[in-house]
Design a protein around this ligand. Structure first.
Ligand code: GLN
Length: 202
């Protein structure tokens, strides 16, 4: 079982080491051939407009969309969540996404005064209580389609109640960055999801 980390831009290294700590084989994916060689993909945090441009330049936009349509498990954090959304608000007009999760996300939603902040998030299915989550110019989810399960909401502060973690089938997304805090629960949850998807395919 090989998990790729989309390595066009963003905090690729942090995801690679979080996955390695979960005993998953993880490798960077920059080219379509590298995508073919992985069973699942993580889309890191970074900047979604830049990631969109680079995905087009590196010929990865359509290949990733196809793999998603074929059931490949994908986890996106922050910019990665934006890249997984079917609808992006406050994006650049030419911004593309891989889509996959039937949701509307708003970029930089928490506002300029809280560019970066930490808050507790309750995440369903991730054991051990609330998640201490780091948000950096993060999106939030404004609307989800009927196939989407809301896994996590901010539990306190001005953004309380905002949706920040979702799952649709094999696709998982968080507005925050578990790869930056050393809390491996979300990565473990994803690795488990990838294992189950691989078992089901057998
Ligand atoms: N604001 C960024 C974007 O629009 C996301 C920020 C992040 O990934 N930390 O892509």
């Amino acid at each position: 079982m090989n998990i790729g980390v989309l390595a066009l831009q963003g905090d690729v290294r942090e995801h690679l080491s979080a996955l390695a700590e979960c005993d998953a084989l993880a490798r960077p994916v920059r080219r379509p051939e590298e995508l073919d060689a992985v069973d699942a993909l993580v889309i890191p945090g970074g900047e979604s407009t830049t990631m969109s441009n680079l995905a087009i330049t590196f010929g990865l936009l359509e290949p990733v969309r196809k793999r998603i349509a074929g059931g490949m498990p994908v986890y996106g954090s922050c910019a990665g969540m934006i890249m997984l959304a079917t609808t992006v608000l406050d994006g650049r007009p030419d911004q593309e996404s891989f889509a996959g999760i039937d949701m509307t996300v708003r970029r930089n939603a928490f506002g300029r005064q809280v560019d970066s902040f930490e808050a507790d998030v309750a995440v369903d299915g991730v054991a051990g209580g609330d998640f201490h989550a780091v948000f950096i110019r993060a999106p939030w989810v404004e609307e989800v389609g009927p196939e989407v399960t809301v896994l996590g909401r901010v539990t306190s502060g001005p953004a309380a109640g905002r949706i920040v973690a979702v799952r649709q089938g094999n696709l998982l997304a968080t507005a925050f960055h578990p790869e930056l805090t050393g809390d491996l629960r979300v990565h473990r949850y994803f690795v488990e999801l990838v294992r189950r998807a691989a078992d089901d395919a057998r």
